[in-house]
Design a protein around this ligand. Structure first.
Ligand code: FAD
Ligand code: FES
Length: 301
């Protein structure tokens, strides 16, 4: 059993959980992930190790609620336990001294890019961080990211904070003004794809961390199959990091959608009964309170 030491809601539907997992914390390297199961009847879901504290024996995960398992995870509290957590899984990032590394993170991809940026900096590289979000209300991990880079940039789709536009547009602007030796891009699949399209004409190696559907996480089931440079790879054991300019993103995006119907049904069932139903009504009360506070602030100002 793995105890939740701390749980924080960072923004709407984005949570940070610190888990007691001393064996994983001892071995974890940047770029690696865990596969967890919440309860006996839970499915296995992969989440990146956003941070690890070897002395405390804990690891942190940063996640966005997208379906039943992430919703269930968000409904747990500090002191609750997960039935199993396997890891660290996947190949660690290849951290070398290359010169200037641009680390671009979108949304909860920031959690994955955080230990990577820190490791590149510790290896003597100059690190430029680019963080992108839909809007300023969704910004997370800003202080943590500022602490591990030499140069910090932020962008929002709606222009409410920093550069107005997408991560790829800001990366393009930086590449036109600066010498960069390596790009890391982690976030939603479309964001990683557009960053790769942007870096291709600049001929800069671009590493991405892929997020196909995974089941066992040990190379046995084949569900995380991706195509890289025309070759079939299993993301859980050959990745999750790959040369982004070689990735078949069309195949990845098509395979990410194969269980949409089942995922929708599973979420509906969870929210219709037991713990899920109770948590849903608690969330509704909280949302209404937040809305009322927002309206109150508007009236006062
Ligand atoms: C190596 C790796 C690292 C990841 N790290 C993070 C992270 O740090 N933070 C984070 O928020 N998310 C991360 N993800 C995605 C996360 O695993 C999925 O969001 C989660 O499994 C969805 O489960 P669900 O039941 O809540 O949603 P579901 O209803 O199952 O699915 C909703 C959507 O999530 C995707 N998805 C579903 N199951 C999986 C699966 N087993 N593996 C991957 N994607 C899936 C599908 O595209 C689907 O449309 C990672 C994925 C991989 C492969
Ligand atoms: S998750 Fe089964 S082979 Fe990768």
């Amino acid at each position: 059993m793995f105890k939740i030491v701390k749980k924080e809601e960072l923004t709407a539907d984005v949570y940070l959980i610190e888990l007691e997992a001393p064996d994983i914390a001892r071995k974890a390297q940047p770029g690696q992930f865990i596969v967890l199961r919440i309860g006996e009847r839970g499915e296995r879901i992969p989440l990146t190790i956003a941070d690890f504290d070897r002395a405390k024996g804990t690891i942190s995960i940063l996640f966005l609620v997208v379906g039943k398992s992430t919703r269930w995870l968000s409904d747990l509290r500090a002191g609750d336990h997960l039935v199993d957590v396997s890891g660290p899984l996947g190949k660690p990032s290849e951290i070398e001294r290359v010169g200037t590394v641009l680390c671009a993170g979108g949304g909860v991809g920031i959690g994955a890019i955080h230990p990577i940026a820190r490791a590149f900096r510790e290896a003597g590289n100059r690190v430029i961080v680019v963080m992108g979000f839909r809007s300023k209300d969704l910004i997370v991990f800003e202080d943590e990211m500022r602490a591990v880079c030499d140069e910090f940039h932020i962008c929002t789709d709606d222009g409410s904070r920093g550069f107005k536009g997408f991560v790829a547009q800001l990366v393009d602007k930086i590449l036109k003004e600066d010498e960069v030796d390596l790009v890391y891009a982690i976030g939603p699949t479309m964001m990683m794809r557009t960053v790769c399209d942007t870096t291709r004409p600049h001929r800069i190696k671009t590493v991405v961390s892929l997020n196909p559907v995974m089941v066992d996480g040990t190379g046995m089931c084949g569900s995380c199959r991706v195509s890289v440079g025309g070759k079939t790879k299993f993301c859980c054991v050959d990745g999750p990091e790959f040369d982004g300019q070689q990735v078949d993103f069309d195949l990845l995006m098509a395979r990410q959608k194969i269980y949409l119907e089942e995922e929708k049904l599973s979420m509906e069932r969870y929210e219709a009964k037991g713990e899920g139903r109770r948590a849903k009504s608690e969330r509704r009360v909280k949302d209404e309170k937040r809305k009322a506070e927002g309206e109150c602030r508007k009236v006062k100002s």
